[in-house]
Design a protein around this ligand. Structure first.
Ligand code: ARG
Length: 463
């Protein structure tokens, strides 16, 4: 722990006593909020331009401040910015350095502004940029799934409910279902943007800006869609932080469920897929093992990201109106969520791009009893009510079971014994491919519907 610095703090005017060293460290956010340095510099450049427009700064002063801010930004870019013990957060650090570079003129920049409207602005600016990166990663993941589904449409596999074999489907149908979860995430993410893109700058500490700074100008300069309409709300609102973390929690829930599928399918018991070496690890003790760590981490990270959300919500719910320092606790969970959501999407993309699919094993797992519904449907087409055909088909399954044979091995006589509507063509039912192709209503696994799903997803990607 370093001693609390003795030099005057930015807000030191009314203080006579020294800050407790632990309190100094407790309060300091620079160690993590420095990653918003670029947003902070951009916000200040726009603000100095706005101050010049209302005559608080001359054109020449504006130019000096802008140049100074750019120099500070370059120090951060080059990794040579020297933080001082007294730099409480990124805002004080940048202003302190600006004043060192250009002299007392730097002290004019903060006219009418507070760190309260500044930090809310910085976070929104920062998040707007990160959301674009996350959107790109999400689109890449969806694209990889769509490409595989297109190429591997001939692979058939059992579809499961309750993890019990149910009906034959295409492998493409399974992975396209993942893509639809992620496509909904993509749409939800796009819908968040207008609510993140609201400018708080010009709200002052809480009660507005007495110099009547042109906030529409600021919004345009910084690329915000709109301007916050109430200064209390402007400085106190962190719904965009909560909402982004809600979004991330749901997206991670989807990644977790996909991971769970692939972990199960990669076991020797299923043997449907093999994870590439690039996304697996070995055991320190058992030489034969190849573990799906990437997928387990994705599943695990989903808990962590939901934890970030719930932790922040606990902080957020008790805060009185406007700004309170509790709000500084929004940053670490948000940053952690952004980092881990982005990394998770990239890892998932890599896993899905490289996972090896064993079509032969999937095929072997298809059993004739999975066509019992098709057998019932066969009789429905001959005019018997489904409730009866379901029963008849069930008796066929029981008969095959008692004979220790498969449905297709029962003779026509056996079938006729169950219903006189069975004819020669009953054996046409026992064809997995034909069964899948019958299900060509919208949303089904037939080839035409695989095409349609791919087209729909491609359209969402191209929006
Ligand atoms: N570091 C602070 C935060 O992240 C900035 C705002 C501080 N404002 C204040 N009045 N102390 O929330």
């Amino acid at each position: 722990m370093t001693d609390a610095p003795t030099k005057q703090k930015l807000w030191g005017g009314r203080f006579t006593g020294k800050t407790d060293p632990l309190m100094h460290e407790f309060n300091q956010s620079l160690k993590y909020d420095k990653r918003m340095y670029d947003a902070d510099i951009r916000g200040s450049i726009a603000y100095s331009k706005a101050l010049a427009l209302i005559g608080i700064l001359t054109k020449d002063e504006e130019a000096q401040i802008v140049n100074g801010l750019e120099a500070v930004g370059k120090e951060w870019d080059d990794g040579v910015f020297q933080a001082q013990p007294d730099d409480e957060d990124i805002h004080t650090a940048n202003e302190r350095r600006l004043t060192e570079l250009i002299g007392p003129l730097g002290g004019k920049l903060h006219t009418g502004r507070s760190r309260n409207d500044q930090v809310a602005t910085d976070m929104r600016l920062w998040l707007m940029k990160e959301v674009r990166e996350i959107e790109a990663a999400l689109k890449a993941l969806i694209q990889v799934i769509v490409n595989r589904a297109d190429k591997e449409r001939d692979i058939l596999m059992p579809g499961y409910t309750h993890l019990q074999r149910a009906q034959p489907v295409r492998w493409s149908h399974l992975i396209l279902s993942y893509a639809f979860y992620f496509a909904a995430d993509l749409q939800r993410l796009r819908e968040l943007v207008p609510r993140i893109s609201v400018l708080p700058l010009g709200s002052g500490a809480l009660a507005g800006n007495a110099f009547v700074v042109d906030r529409e100008f600021l919004a345009k300069e910084l690329g915000f869609d709109s301007v916050s309409e109430n200064s209390f709300h402007g400085v106190g609102d962190r719904d965009f932080v909560a909402e982004f973390m809600m979004w991330a929690s749901l997206m991670m829930t989807h990644l977790s469920r996909v991971s769970e599928d692939l972990i199960v399918y990669s076991t020797a018991e299923f043997g449907f897929v093999t994870l590439s070496d690039a996304y697996s690890t070995g055991s320190s003790m058992m030489p034969q093992k190849k573990n799906p760590d990437s997928l387990e981490l994705l599943r695990g990270k989903s808990g962590r990201i939901f934890g970030n959300l719930s932790g922040f919500m606990m902080t957020y719910k008790g805060i009185p109106s406007t700004y309170n320092k509790d709000l500084q606790e929004d940053k670490e969970p948000l940053f952690d969520t952004v980092d881990n959501a982005w990394a998770s999407l990239r890892i998932a993309e890599g896993v899905i791009a490289t996972v090896e699919v064993h079509g032969d094993k999937m095929r072997e797992a298809l059993t004739m009893d999975m066509l019992a519904t098709d057998l019932a449907d066969y009789l429905v087409r001959k005019g018997i009510p489904f409730r009866e055909t379901h029963h008849i088909s069930g008796r066929a399954v029981a008969l095959a079971e008692s004979r220790k044979c498969h449905l297709h091995e029962l003779s026509l006589e056996d079938y006729k014994g169950l219903s006189d509507q069975f004819t020669e063509d009953v054996h046409g039912v026992f064809d997995f491919e034909a069964s899948v192709e019958k299900r060509r209503a919208i949303g089904g696994p037939a080839l035409v519907m695989i095409d349609r799903q791919i087209e729909t997803l491609q359209a969402i990607l191209n929006q």
